[in-house]
Ligand binder design. Structure first.
Ligand code: ATP
Ligand code: MG
Length: 400
């Protein structure tokens, strides 16, 4: 079987071979080739040790020497080249106590998480598949390599990875592997929140989002957030339907996912997962406004866009559209017209600045800000009044 991998990767494998070592592409990229999906990256596994790889290639970076990984710059791209390795015992459910290099490809494949991720390929040597990965790809199942319960005990993140792959490629989790996941779910608490967060996000942005119901059905979500899990058990189906209709926008998708939490609960959850400030701020704002009944008036929309920013109001309308809220089509048309005309929304677009007001004799201080907001409100009501002449006149009258 020929997997038709890019020629430059073939050349890279051959370069390692010419130096006297074995080299294969492995893991996600091989799985994705079988699935006719574009691989994210091409990982290479080799019998050469890092120091030997560094001698073979001109440009390399020490990215993970302790795990046997060297990043190689080759024909304009970067590739991770990792020495065949065996992992020692895991005492913390996260990291092996030690790793040792091996000359056996089979041993390297054996340490990998799922059979579909444990296939290696070389254009001349063919496919190396010691754990029936190809069969499981055909059967569309995710199955642990060896004893699934033990594999989850070694590294509990693999449980979330199983669910994530299921959501990404639409496969079911093989029964024994799923049972092991249900048994070991409590171990997820040993995993850092950042890694949990990244897996959850990948899951939420997946093509087969319907598979995400396993997250709560398995009991795993209950270990991460009992409250969210409870909401999903009740409303999960609706949430999945809505995410299916959503644009590919992580803020919108997180908001839909957390919609049955209050804004405060959503905020606590996102902060617990150590999300960046911008994500927390944006999703919390959307959660706060989610239930808003926006009046079908241009003035209200301009005011709201100023309050939330145009970008966030746009997202809010997109979510309300998915939720088929009343008047949503008209609101959308109305907002689109406002944007097309380029109506003034924020103080930035107001034709009068604080400086202008000072020039008319107003004293520096709080009053300037108050006056600018008054003028912005005038313009929100009547966009055509956004000229210096009219607004300075308005300011004058207001001061009388
Ligand atoms: P993606 O498309 O997300 O990159 P991937 O399968 O390539 O998926 P990576 O995290 O890039 O996943 O890992 C590359 C390979 O390393 C996997 O295919 C798997 O063989 C192995 N691997 C990664 N993480 C683990 C883990 N936690 N336990 C065992 N093997 C793992
Ligand atoms: Mg990968």
């Amino acid at each position: 079987m020929n997997l038709n991998i890019p020629k430059k990767i073939e050349r890279m494998l051959q370069k390692i071979n010419s130096a006297g070592y074995e080299a294969y592409i492995v893991g996600g990229c091989v799985r994705d080739c079988f699935l006719k999906r574009q691989p994210q990256d091409w990982d290479i596994t080799t019998s050469a040790e890092p120091e030997q790889i560094k001698k073979i290639f001109n440009r390399t970076y020490d990215t993970g020497l302790q795990h046997g990984t060297v990043t190689v710059s080759w024909e304009g791209e970067h590739y991770e080249v990792t020495t065949y390795r065996i992992e020692g015992k895991y005492d913390d459910c996260r990291h092996p106590n030690n790793v040792t290099f091996t000359k056996s490809l089979k041993e390297d494949l054996q340490r990998r998480d799922f059979t579909i991720n444990a296939i290696a390929y070389h254009p001349q040597e063919g496919i190396k598949d010691y754990f029936s990965g190809q069969k499981h790809i055909e059967q569309k199942i995710i199955k642990g390599v060896g004893n699934a319960a033990e594999r989850f005990q070694e590294d509990a993140l693999r449980m979330l990875r199983a669910l994530r792959f299921s959501a990404q490629i639409g496969f079911d989790i093989e029964q024994k592997t799923y049972e092991a996941l249900q048994q070991q779910k409590g171990l997820i608490k040993k995993i850092s929140v950042e890694r949990i967060r990244d897996e959850l996000e990948k899951m939420l942005l997946s093509e087969h989002i319907e598979k995400i119901n396993l997250l709560w059905q398995s009991g795993l979500l209950n270990e991460i957030s009992p409250m969210l899990s409870e909401k999903m058990e009740q409303y999960g189906e609706q949430v999945i339907k809505q995410i299916k209709k959503a644009p590919f926008d992580r803020m919108i998708i997180w908001t839909i996912f957390l919609q049955y939490m209050t804004a405060e609960q959503g905020e606590a959850f996102l902060k617990y997962l150590k999300f960046d400030n911008n994500t927390v701020k944006t999703v919390v704002m959307l959660l706060k406004h989610l239930k808003d009944d926006i009046a079908l008036e241009e003035y209200e929309l301009r005011k709201k866009a100023n309050e939330m920013t145009t970008e966030q109001l746009n997202r809010l309308l997109l979510i309300q559209e998915i939720q088929q809220r009343q008047n949503i089509k008209q609101l959308r048309d109305c907002f689109d017209k406002i944007l097309q005309r380029g109506d003034c929304i924020t103080l930035k677009e107001l034709t009068v600045t604080g400086e202008d007001l000072i020039k008319t004799g107003m004293v520096k201080g709080k009053e300037i800000g108050t006056m600018l907001h008054f003028l912005l409100d005038v313009v929100h009501r009547n966009p055509e009044k956004n000229t210096k002449e009219i607004l300075l006149q308005c300011a004058k009258e207001k001061q009388k």
